[in-house]
Structure formats: structure tokens, C-alpha cells
Design a protein around this ligand. Sequence first.
Ligand SMILES: CCCCCCCC/C=C\CCCCCCCC(=O)N[C@@H](CCCCN)C(=O)O
Ligand SMILES: [Zn+2]
Ligand SMILES: [Zn+2]
Length: 524
Amino acid sequence: MAAPAGSKESGTSLGRSFCKLCLLIFIVFTSLFLVCLIRALTFENREIDYKPCKVTDEDYIRADGKVVDRLVHSLRFKTVSTSKHEYNRDELLKFQFFLKREFPTVHNSSLVKHEVVNGYSLLYELPGTNPELKPYLLAAHLDVVPASDEGWEHPPFDGVITEDGHLYGRGTLDNKDGVLGILEALEFHLKRGFKPKRTLFVALGHDEEVGGDDGAAHMAQMLKDRGIQLEFVIDEGMPILSAGLPMIDKPVAIIGAAEKGYVTLEFKVEVPGGHSSMPPPETSIGILSKALARLEASPHPDLFGYGPEAAMMEHMAPHMSFLGKFVMTNLWLFGPLVSRALASKPATNGQVRTTTAITVFNSGIKDNVLPPVATAYVNHRIHPAQSIQDVIDYDKAVINDERVQIKLSRSVMNREPSPISPTGPEDFGYQIIRSSVKQVFPDAVTVPGILMGNTDTKHYLDLTKSVYRFLPAVLVPEDSKRIHGFNERIAVQNFEQIINFFYHLILNADQEKLQVLHSHTEEL
Ligand SMILES: CCCCCCCC/C=C\CCCCCCCC(=O)N[C@@H](CCCCN)C(=O)O
Ligand SMILES: [Zn+2]
Ligand SMILES: [Zn+2]
């Protein structure tokens, strides 16, 4: 017969049950710990380091007065794009003539074919001596987003260099650093008699910030019409993060093997107008504002592990502290923790979900008139695991108000997320970029990742599967606010590194095939 509740016997059996539970919990946690420990200890670093090009001290380009002056002068051209087909044509032409004057070897060498495309984009071809080798393409863009002096420590188009060695200006990070970096490296190569074995293209678009339809799209079509397929493309993209990533204290070069999708949705509320002395309970502004507030309060789902972000963290594992390796080689268990860490900052939240940014709100006629229409634009950057339709369906469900009309904005080029480019040990383009990073930034860890922004590479996807978005600007996550924001700036010393990255990339890409330096798997 069961002992009555509260008697001595029931207390003993309760104690026994509690001990069994504690033992079970201990066994489960110990087993989990042992599984994680074994995985961390046996994690195989599959990276292979390849033999980089041989360089000597003369092969290093110094950002001397003239080099820096060229970048400073470039920033002063207000090559601003405002909307599709709307960009400053006069400033683009002035910039174009400046580049022709400042890079005479690039523009006059018999080794270089140079074309002006659709009036303002610049396409260069350096035919290789070995036609068997597939060409590659270096891309950048000449245009910038708008900027006014307000909010800037130094006027955005003055090109001021501060005492701590930072050059301030619109375009220093996005993307005149890329344009001048490529041209400085190419001019240096050509002056030293460089003749490529592998054909090299350089494509400088003039309207990337408004979709690239007039620039990169035309250059891509020209290459397609010539029957050209590319070994790889590298364009602006992710940076080298010198800090800000969990459990790693080395600089991390994130090579964008994919880029998120892009969709801007128009939200509209139309109601009868009228006299503001007899208002309804909610005006069009009130209805739309509440709907948008619901959108901001309901972030799109966390999709950590459904895109390249998990591989990015796993590639960091061999370079982390033991705790970091313990966590990053066991994302099956710690993934939610890592994704929460990434989601905690605007600069890294875009790695784990589709982001939502309310960027435009228009409404109102006069202070005593009820507004008949309220309109807002919301810009989403779409995680590779979602589609434009998924985003629209989610927003509709969150807003859940028939009075709010939702439609695709026609003023911009909406895009699904890109395919994910190969980043394996044998993938030529990815490994060439890795090798070049290591030659200029020997302490940096290189990992594949996803670019949250968008680039002209969407126009080159038919020419190769190997598309990478990377530029070795050395940043911390907080610097992301400077891109398209106030006080965009680059350290002059970092610009010198960018030039040398492209110098080494051009040499490394000119190899016929990868030559293994050593494989980490041999170290185990
Ligand atoms: C663990 C990952 C941490 C990530 C931290 C990243 C910090 C961000 C630093 C650099 C990002 C550079 C982005 C430059 C590429 C974006 C270029 C751009 O502005 N593109 C425009 C194109 C608009 C086209 C119109 N449809 C854009 O994306 O808005
Ligand atoms: Zn850009
Ligand atoms: Zn931009």
C-alpha cells in the first residue's frame, strides 16, 4: 500500500526520485559535453594554402603623395546617383577625363583595350598571351550616393585628411577606394612591363547605386555578345573586420560568396479627406504608422544555419580560442546562442535574417486638411533562404489590415537572393582572393560569407558561377553606419593595402592553376 503523503516513507521516495533526476541530468549534460569535446578536438580544418606569387620589396606600392592626391581628387567629383537613369552626367565625364589623365599607361598602352560604355562606364581588357586560360573580371563603380555637409565632421566632397590619417569623403568606402585601388595597381603593373597570360577585364560601372542597368548591365551584355565566360568576378563587398566578431581576436576577411536579395515594398493607405475639425478615429497617417510599427516590432525569422553564415563561423573555428572552437564546431547545439549574438547588432543582424528598413514616408497636404493618402517605402534585404514572395507574405500577415495596400516598388530593381558561389579548397577564384589577402594581411583569417548589401555582380551571374563580393577595407561593425551615412572615411594606410591587394590579386590570378603550398589536413 502506498505510504500516505507527508509520511517518512514518501519523503524517502521523493528524495530517491530527485536523486535519479539529478543523475539523469548529469548524464545528459556530461554526454553532450563529451560529444562537443570530441567534435572540437577532431574538427578537420580543410583549408589549403596555395603558393602565392613571388614578390620582392619593390613589389610593394606606397601610397605616396601622388597616389593619395588622386584619391582625394576623385572624391571631389560629385558623381551622385539619385534614381534609375538619374545620375550626374557632367561629374561622371569630368571623373572619366581625370582618370584618363592620371593613369596614362592604363589608357594608352597597346596592351589595353579601353571602351567607354553607354557614355559613362569604363571597360578595359588586357588580352592574355594564353587564350586557353579563362579571363577574370575586377569590378567597381564610379558613382556614389548623395551627401550634404550636414552631419559630417568634414564636407563629404572635400577629401579632408585628418591628423590620425583618415581620409573623409563620400565614396571612400563605397566605392572609389575600389576604383582607384584597381587602377593604381594596374598602372604600376603596366609600367613594370607586366604582360598577362590570363585575360583580365576591369569594369567600372557608373550607376551601381541605382541598380547598374545603364552601366554594368551593358558591359555584361557586351561580354556575353562576345561569347566570353569568366573564371571569376570580384567586386565591392564585405570587408576585413578587425574586431566585433564573437570569440575571435584576429582580423577576419569575409569574402562574400553570396549577396542578399533586394526588395522595396510600397505601403499605401487611401481614405476620404476632409476638414481636420471633424477627424475620424484614425487618419491615413495613423493607420499606416501603426502598420509600420508592427513591421518593426516583428523582425523576419532567424534563419541562422540556412545560408552561408554558419559556414562562415565554422571556417573561423580553427583560428579561435578553445572555447570558440568548442562552440563553432558544435553549432547544432550552440547555433541559437551564436545567432542571438549576431542578431544583437545592426551590422551583423543581416547575417541571420531578412532585414526591414522603413526608408521613406510621405503624407499630408496642410495642417487643417485630413490626409487622403499616406505612402511608405520599406526596403528588405532578403536572406538566401527566402524569396521576394516570402517577404511579401510575411509583411501582409504582420500588418493584417486590409486598408493597407502592399505592392512592389517599381522605382528600383528588385532581386531574389543570389546563388552561392563555390568556396572550396579547389575553387580557383576564391582561393586566389584568399592567397592575395594573406599576402597583404598576413594575420587575417579568410572566411566565406554573405554580403548584406547589393552590387553590380547581379549582372555578371550568367558569365560565371564564381562571383565574390570583397574589398579589404579594414573596419569594425560600427563603421557600417558610415557607408551611405555620415563621415564615410578610410585610413590612408588601408587604401595603400587595398592597392597592394589588387596588385597581388592580378599576379596570383595570372597563374594557370593553383599550386598547393600546404594543406592543413596534413597537420593533423
Ligand atoms: C559577421 C558579419 C559581420 C558583417 C559586418 C559588415 C560591416 C559592413 C561593412 C561593409 C559593407 C560594405 C557594403 C558595400 C557593398 C554595398 C554596395 C551598395 O551600397 N549597393 C547598393 C546597391 C543598390 C542597388 C539598387 N537596387 C545597396 O546595397 O543599397
Ligand atoms: Zn557600392
Ligand atoms: Zn553603396
